[in-house]
Design a protein around this ligand. Structure first.
Ligand SMILES: [Zn+2]
Length: 118
């Protein structure tokens, strides 16, 4: 049985961790974790509908964007939280949002008008 490592539970100082969604082999045996970059804990439940019931998928810790995790990365920049998109290059070229909390930073990032950057 795989055990979630620290990188599955917490993001690092750059706001990046590993997705903790368990993967299963074709034989119904645990096969580790998704391990894609994750930027936080799940923001919505993932799962599927079965016989009119929603079967929620168990996400123990961090989740990548594909598994219901946040789509934006948040890290502490000095004494402000900074939210950026996964394709972030640097503060000159990329959109970023700042705030007193990770949530505020993400809201600020979402408020940035998206324009085609060359
Ligand atoms: Zn994942």
């Amino acid at each position: 049985m795989s055990v979630a490592a620290e990188c599955h539970k917490r993001v690092n100082e750059f706001g990046v961790g590993k997705c903790s969604v368990p993967m299963w082999s074709g034989y119904g045996m645990p096969a580790g974790f998704c391990d894609k970059d994750a930027y936080g804990e799940p923001v919505f439940s993932i799962g599927h509908w079965e016989d009119g019931r929603f079967i929620a998928k168990y996400v123990p810790f961090l989740a990548c964007p594909n598994h219901g995790g946040p789509k934006t990365r948040v890290y502490l920049d000095g004494d402000m939280w900074c939210a950026v998109h996964p394709d972030f290059v640097n503060l000159q070229e990329s959109d970023a949002g700042f705030g007193d909390t990770p949530t505020a930073a993400r809201m600020a990032l979402e408020a940035v008008p998206t324009e085609a950057t060359s």
